[in-house]
Design a binder for this molecule. Structure first.
Ligand code: ADE
Length: 257
């Protein structure tokens, strides 16, 4: 069944360009095989944009006020956010997971994206300004607060798009070639590994050759070479990814016992 993603924002115009391009666009389309029209798949996902401002009770359409206690910027008020979330929930009977994009959230990882790709419905709140009144986040609990990295952007819109891209490409049927997602860095048996280098035609360019092994046709050797390249690259660029994680340590010590 088609997954539904609601995006609640004060800047809906920031979304259509990216949601309407490439894989995110294709995932939202019905795809029919030209050779066999019976081979039709429903859209993998549907996107629903809501302008939080449309839900304000304020006669001047205001959605934000200065922070209590003073300080810079503006804080988005509870009422329009609460009503916009409840309206999105009521638009579909399936229970939705509520997500708030914020630099104070837990870091987005491939593992979290995979978990969210299994959800039938997501409601993603993109904050702006100095944040959203804490009380509405409490009232809507549980809300997954997610950060896309340790830097501060001017709003949650680009983070919401990053999250959607990371999720949608993992939903079965979204990518033309189902193997592609499984081969990515940070995925499956390649967990915590960067991908190695890729090459395409021509075989010789600016006097640089494609590694011989890739032209050998020997798939086992090619797979082994790619594995080794991935490891070399990870050691050089992200040695931190090769360190044991706390859960690895747990496995090791329980095996010793
Ligand atoms: N909003 C502003 N910066 C952000 C970040 N790094 N992650 C998620 N939401 C944000």
């Amino acid at each position: 069944m088609t997954r539904r993603i609601d995006i609640l924002t004060l800047f809906p115009d920031m979304f259509p360009g990216i949601l309407g391009s490439s894989i995110l666009k294709r995932a939202a389309e019905t795809v029919t095989s030209p050779a066999d029209p019976a081979l039709t798949r429903d859209p993998v996902v549907s996107y629903h944009l809501t302008n939080i401002r449309d839900y304000t009770d304020d006669k001047h359409q205001k959605v934000d006020q200065p922070p209590f206690g003073g300080g810079p910027g503006m804080v988005i008020q509870c009422q329009p956010v609460y009503d916009a979330v409840r309206a999105a929930e009521n638009a579909d009977p399936r229970p939705a997971r509520r997500i708030l994009m914020t630099p104070q959230g837990r870091p987005l990882t491939q593992k979290l994206a995979t978990e969210l790709a299994a959800e039938p419905r997501l409601i993603i709140l993109a904050g702006h300004y100095e944040g959203i009144d804490e009380r509405v986040i409490e009232e809507l609990a549980p809300v997954d607060e997610i950060s896309i990295g340790d830097y501060v952007l001017s709003g949650g819109e680009l983070p919401a798009l990053v999250l959607i891209d990371a999720i949608v490409r993992l939903i079965p049927g979204a990518l033309g070639h189902e193997d592609s997602a499984a081969q990515d860095s940070f995925t499956g048996s390649h967990a915590s590994r960067l991908e190695g280098p890729a090459y395409t035609r021509p075989r010789l360019w600016h006097n640089r050759e494609v590694p011989d092994v890739l032209l050998s046709g020997d798939h086992a050797r090619i797979a082994e070479w790619r594995d080794q390249q991935a490891l070399v690259r990870t050691r050089e660029r992200r040695p931190d990814l090769l360190l044991p994680t706390p859960s690895d340590q747990l496995t090791t010590s329980s095996q010793i016992i």
